[in-house]
Design a protein around this ligand. Structure first.
Ligand code: PLP
Length: 422
């Protein structure tokens, strides 16, 4: 069977799944006709048992590989004990996870959430409360500044943080976003924009919140030294520096947290995605007592946040990150990825950008049929899972546990697609 939108044949079983999506899932959702049923390590299998190499990691969720046996065992253990213990009582797993994060990253406190957006939202609330109580910003005037083209999630507050928003979702949360109160637009990576915005409006700005590498915008790497300059400017203007590490954190960019690559220490760090190794929805915020002591868990905690299954899985996932030295592996495998792709001199690829195992292939402007969507479809057809990022980029982000053989096999398929595409 051939779909009108797909360049390749879809099996009857896959078609059934795709039809269910089209009929019953809001928006029809999945752009690629691949129905995955099983995953392990860096591999996935579809409903027809066709095997794929994962070059996407479900958008940085499975940094530790799919179904890592230690993370799975930890999740199952907590699940078999009962997964509903939470506020107003204590679960040992939550305390142990917070302690582990403190030992790894040095922040006084951790507060757990479920999705990345919820954690980014919590960071905004913490920063605003700090802005009123500590910085003494007049009531109602507190501004949270972001960078243009940022992505922090899909809730109404996190879409309000973004520069591009559908007006059909408005009105948006006021006094958040990439434009300062006096109208200065802050582009990502442009330190002079931030300087000007803080000089104009620093007194009203509680926090500057950025991704250390913009992920959903297409893996946009800022100039070297940017994070350091951001940290200095924020300090100078008494503005909190908030780093959203939901996509870049936990080994993905070749450091346990991406901002550590520049030796900076943000005031708040937002975590998500890989925190529970892909076994459970767990996110959260790290910060010191100067900010975190201002909030009450009942003000920002939600019912399923800090669920014992997620916390137990996260403790194991952090152990795997450290024990298997995944940040260094990301650098090693990333170097191999880049050197092999560069040597292949791929047609239509003008740049390979990223760090660790967080990369995008940036396409040149011609010919028009060489689109990221088409290349990703062809990759799926030949057994590699990747994803388009924007109109010009293809995201290459395998699990950090990927073997050299799997990586090279996936790269060979990728090179084949580019060579055959014209
Ligand atoms: N923040 C960043 C930097 C992200 O990349 C994402 C998701 O891609 C989010 C927040 C939102 O996370 P979630 O989809 O879990 O809500």
């Amino acid at each position: 069977m051939t779909s009108s939108k797909s360049p390749y044949t879809i099996s009857a079983k896959t078609q059934e799944v795709v039809d269910d999506y089209r009929k019953y899932v809001a928006g029809g959702f999945a752009p690629y006709p691949v129905a995955l049923t099983r995953v392990l390590g860096s591999q996935a299998w579809d409903i027809d048992e066709k095997q794929y190499i994962d070059f996407l990691s479900m958008y940085s969720v499975v940094n530790m590989g799919h179904n890592h046996p230690k993370i799975l065992a930890a999740a199952i253990k907590a699940m078999s004990e009962g997964a509903v213990i939470n506020l107003p009582f204590h679960s040992p797993y939550y305390g142990q996870l917070a302690e582990k994060l403190h030992q790894m990253f040095g922040y006084d406190k951790f507060v757990a959430m479920t999705s990345g957006a919820e954690a980014a939202d919590a960071a905004v609330k913490i920063a605003r409360k700090w802005g009123y109580l500590t910085k003494k910003i007049p009531e109602g005037k507190c501004h949270i500044l972001t960078a243009a083209a940022c992505y922090h999630g899909v809730t109404i507050s996190t879409v309000s943080l973004a520069s591009k928003k559908s007006h059909l979702f408005g009105p948006f949360v006021p006094s958040v976003g990439s434009t300062s109160p006096s109208g200065k637009v802050v582009a990502f990576g442009m330190i002079n924009d931030l300087r000007e915005a803080l000089e104009l409006d620093g007194e009203r700005i509680a926090a500057f919140m950025i991704e250390p590498i913009q992920g959903s915008a297409g893996i946009i790497v800022p100039p070297k030294g940017y994070l350091k300059e951001v940290a200095e400017l924020c300090k100078k203007h008494n503005v909190l520096f908030v780093c959203d590490e939901v996509q870049t954190g936990l080994g993905r960019t070749g450091a346990d947290l991406c901002h550590l690559r520049e030796g900076v220490r943000p005031d708040l760090v937002v975590l998500g995605k890989a925190l529970a190794g892909g076994m459970y929805a767990l996110s959260g915020v790290l910060g010191d007592d100067n900010t975190m002591s201002l909030i009450d868990p009942f003000e920002i905690g939600s019912t399923m946040a800090a669920n014992p299954v997620g916390c137990s899985a996260a403790i194991a996932a952090l152990d795997v990150l450290v024990d298997e030295q995944l940040s260094s592996r990301a650098n090693e495998m990333g170097a191999l990825l880049v050197s092999t792709l560069s040597a292949a001199d791929l047609p239509h690829v003008k740049e390979i950008t990223g760090h660790g195992l967080f990369y995008a292939l940036v396409l040149d402007d011609k010919p028009p049929k060489v689109t990221p969507r088409r290349i990703v479809s062809l990759l799926a057809q030949r057994g590699v899972l990747a994803s388009a990022a924007g109109l010009k980029r293809i995201r290459i982000c395998p699990p950090l546990t990927i073997s050299k053989e799997e990586l090279l096999k996936g790269v060979e398929i990728l090179i084949g697609v580019f060579k055959d595409i014209e």
